[in-house]
Design a protein around this ligand. Structure first.
Ligand code: NAD
Length: 487
């Protein structure tokens, strides 16, 4: 087990425009905090629309040659990015851990997955064929799937490089040029990606990364008339705003938004697996994963037994220094989010919730100034209360008993969201019935976070619009043109 150390030199992040690492035109910078110490450790460009304009011009200029480059050559460059990410796994993981607060062992896993995003889409682009339809031998249709041009990718802070690459990789692989913005709260690995892209030989202007605030840089990307498609992952309120700007401009829009995911435990489940996996799905990455289950519904006959076993497992979750490999739960990403999560715990108590464990901020001896919260388990709340309706996005879960399949499906479907759901049962019929009845874009049966990049990924209702993943993402980043020829 290792404890990694921090380089104390203040780092200054640059924008990446037209292949160059550049300062923001305003010359202004924002502070970037290490959540595990509460200290400023780097400065990030406070960019504005003039930087976005330069990024757009570079992308637009690069589009013709990038989109016309033989796919084999594009494949080699994108694959090289994947190789370089893999070769720098530890360096990137430590940077991600310092920036975001997640344990470094988890960051290593996510960085590998970011490399896999590039590798997967580089390969998928080589297989991306179009259909042909014959009309009774007297006409033939074929479909051209053409890159859109310049597209915008905006990502959140919870899985920084993974989600950034989840968008950029399919956009580039299908021949688009990109203006991208990572979260201002976790910009570091996106900055490191700029250097990797140059090392991989990505032509100038193909990918441009503009750092800064959402309402300035993000808004400039969304409202830019030349940027034809927006792929956004983040909160539902931000997604709603983005839709209101992009829809009247008739932009293509992919929205991956918030969730309040149910975890359904039937009495006939594989008990030990259900308990252990539910602890991970509640607290991995401090509960800051859009796919985390935050409402655990347990069939009444095993409620007490499950509660005792679950709490026993939660006790083993060591909260502390993200750079220590023994740590299970790291720091909450920002002071603002830390206060928000604590505020939600207070609301839960006011609503009559009984805190079974956690419920407070912690100060680990190694990191006294950091933003840490104990894993928190709450019971005695009804399905309609704010705690069970609003996304908390932290290490907080509720336990609720249920009597019947019908009742639990109603409770599971009783929020405005519809992102993910986990079902635990050994009864095949019940598993399929429940999966078909739950309103969620992603359903796991007897597992959680088992991902296959070919599958559709996204949410229903206020959890999003559209699907990414596999050919869904490639279809999103291309414009289809049907050509009909009379024979
Ligand atoms: P956020 O909406 O605050 O920010 C996301 C990104 O949007 C950031 O880069 C931000 O700078 C930018 N942004 C903010 N205001 C903007 C504006 N007016 N115009 C354009 N861009 C703007 O979200 P967050 O707090 O960074 O991330 C947490 C949220 O993301 C949670 O709700 C979580 O559920 C969601 N999320 C969803 C998925 C998914 O796949 N559905 C995955 C991860 C996170």
């Amino acid at each position: 087990m290792s404890v990694y150390s921090i380089n104390h030199i203040m780092q200054v992040i640059s924008n990446y425009i037209n292949g160059h690492l550049v300062q923001p035109l305003s010359g202004k910078y924002l502070d970037n905090y290490n959540p595990a110490t509460g200290e400023i450790y780097s400065h990030i460009p406070d960019s504005d629309e003039s930087d976005v304009e330069n990024a757009y011009k570079a992308a637009n200029e690069a589009f013709k040659s990038w989109s016309q480059m033989p796919s084999e050559q594009r494949f080699k460059i994108i694959n090289k990015i994947a190789e370089l990410i893999d070769s720098k796994n530890e360096e990137l993981a430590i940077a991600e851990s310092i920036d975001q607060g997640k344990p470094v062992w988890l960051a290593k896993n996510e960085i590998s997955r970011a490399a896999q995003n590039f590798r997967f889409y580089a390969t998928a682009a080589m297989q991306f064929a179009s259909e042909s339809h014959n009309i009774d031998g007297h006409a033939v249709n074929y479909t051209i799937k053409a890159p859109i041009g310049v597209v915008g990718c905006i990502s959140p802070w919870n899985l920084p490089l993974y989600l950034f690459s989840w968008k950029i990789a399919p956009a580039l692989a299908t021949g688009n040029c990109v203006v991208a913005k990572p979260s201002e709260i976790t910009p570091m690995t996106a900055f490191m990606l700029s250097e990797i892209c140059n090392e991989a030989g990505l032509p100038d202007g193909v990918l441009n990364i503009v750092h800064g605030l959402g309402p300035k840089v993000g808004n400039a990307i969304v409202s830019h008339p030349g940027i034809k498609a927006i792929s956004f992952t983040g909160g539902t309120a931000t997604g709603r705003h983005i839709a209101s700007v992009a829809a009247p401009m008739f932009k293509k829009l992919s929205l991956e938004l918030g969730g309040k995911n149910p975890n359904i435990i039937f009495a006939d489940c594989d008990f030990d697996k259900a308990v252990k996996t539910s602890v991970s799905s509640s607290f991995l990455n401090q509960g800051e994963i859009c796919l985390c289950g935050s409402r655990i519904y347990i069939e009444k006959s095993i409620y007490e037994k499950f509660k005792i076993a679950f709490l026993k497992e939660v006790e083993k979750q060591i909260v502390g220094n993200p750079l220590d490999d023994n740590t299970k739960i790291g720091a909450i990403v920002s002071n603002q989010h830390f206060e928000k999560v604590l505020g939600h715990i207070k609301i839960a108590v006011e609503e009559g919730g009984k805190i079974l464990c956690g419920g407070k901020a912690v100060n680990p001896a190694s990191n006294p100034g950091g933003w840490f919260i104990e894993p928190t388990v709450i019971e005695n709340l009804n399905a309609e209360c704010r705690t069970n309706q609003e996304e908390i996005f932290g290490p907080v879960v509720t336990l609720t008993p249920f009597d019947s399949e019908e009742e639990v499906i109603q409770m599971a479907n009783g929020t405005v969201y519809g992102l993910a759901c986990t079902i635990w049962t050994e009864n095949l019929g019940k598993a399929h019935r429940t999966a078909a009845s739950v309103n969620a874009g992603i359903i796991w049966i007897n597992c959680w976070l088992l991902r296959d990049l070919r599958t559709p990924f996204g949410g229903m209702n206020q959890s999003g619009v559209g699907r990414e993943g596999g050919y869904n993402a490639m279809n999103f980043f291309t414009e289809m043109k049907n050509v009909c020829i009379k024979i």
